[in-house]
Design a protein around this ligand. Structure first.
Ligand code: C2E
Ligand code: CA
Ligand code: CA
Ligand code: CA
Length: 273
């Protein structure tokens, strides 16, 4: 009857159904992403602040749907981590980055974000060794970025892999510094090759409190002999401020937007040193 039809209609929630189906689809898609060539790399330049010269590039993972629409990392990374797909995706990305480094030259270092899930896989350091060997790339030219938001030091296997990679010569960078709760104790436990200050600190430094916090963070890191990189640098004004504060290197829309390898060899503006 007309009434029953209407009752059925009110129970049916098209949005809820779509959401369920799409998260299921996403984890299916992530499983197939490598074999179906849905995953790619975007490279963002990192520049030395004093000279304005290119230091290297960070790799940022890109995944598109079967119809070509890009899916935001903030959407697919958490799902890939939860399902474990990040292990295969991340290995693919490092392999590709090493290959591009050898073929095109991306500066003196290429960095890859590595999640705890990847780092605690028992064979992680072996895989990296194999990839570097296959491409004939010096370990010093690869850096892995570990985010401070993760709980690496609670994972013995992750720490072991980190130390193995370090002994191999791979650089270990600390990402998103200042956003986690463990930052200062991490600095006591491990000497990172570069510490990346999260972009929120730069964006907060219009206020005097924000500015003194950033200044003190840079001072603290420099006293501990860490190379300091500021993320999210968008303007020349910010560049000049960071130069005054003694930051070593910068990355952000000012150094260049993340782009696919084909666009990397096009002339880029470079920094005003
Ligand atoms: P992240 O590692 O902190 O990467 C920096 C993010 O800031 C990137 O976002 C980049 O596009 C963006 N960005 C760069 N310069 C600027 C700037 O000047 N201003 C602003 N507002 N943003 C800037 P993206 O590519 O969306 O990546 C987001 C996050 O996803 C990354 O944050 C990282 O945590 C994660 N991610 C990306 N690729 C990978 C990967 O291969 N593996 C893992 N585990 N995580 C990844
Ligand atoms: Ca990063
Ligand atoms: Ca970061
Ligand atoms: Ca991050």
């Amino acid at each position: 009857s007309k009434f029953a039809g209407r009752a059925t209609f009110t129970i049916y929630d098209p949005h809820a159904t779509d959401r369920d189906r799409s998260s299921e689809n996403l984890s299916e898609l992530l499983k197939l992403a490598v074999s179906k060539q849905l995953v790619s790399v975007a490279y963002q330049p990192i520049c030395d602040l004093a000279s304005g010269r290119l230091l290297g590039h960070e790799t940022l993972m890109r995944v598109c749907d079967f119809d070509g629409t890009m899916i935001s990392p903030s959407v697919f990374i958490p799902v890939a981590e939860q399902t474990g797909a990040i292990v295969e995706l991340g290995t693919w990305l490092i392999d590709q980055a090493c290959s591009d480094m050898v073929e095109y030259g991306l500066g003196s270092v290429v960095t890859a974000n590595v999640s705890v899930r990847q780092l605690k896989a028992p064979n992680f350091s072996l895989r990296i060794t194999e990839i570097l060997g296959r491409h004939g790339l010096a370990p010093q030219k690869l850096a892995i970025e570990i985010t401070e938001g993760s709980d690496i030091f609670l994972e013995a296997q992750a720490v072991r892999n980190m130390e193995r990679l370090r002994n191999l010569g791979v650089q270990i960078w600390l990402d998103d510094f200042g956003t986690g709760f463990a930052g200062l104790s991490w600095l006591r436990r491990f000497k990172f090759d570069v510490v990346k200050i999260d972009r929120s600190f730069l964006h907060d430094c219009q206020t005097s409190r924000g500015l003194s916090l950033l200044q003190d963070m840079v001072g603290l890191l420099r006293n501990l002999d860490h190379a300091v990189l500021a993320e999210g640098v968008e303007t020349e004004e910010q560049q000049m401020l960071l130069q005054r504060l003694g930051v070593h290197s910068i990355q952000g829309f000012l150094t260049g937007h993340p782009v696919p390898i084909e666009e990397i060899n096009q002339v880029r503006p470079g920094l005003v040193a």
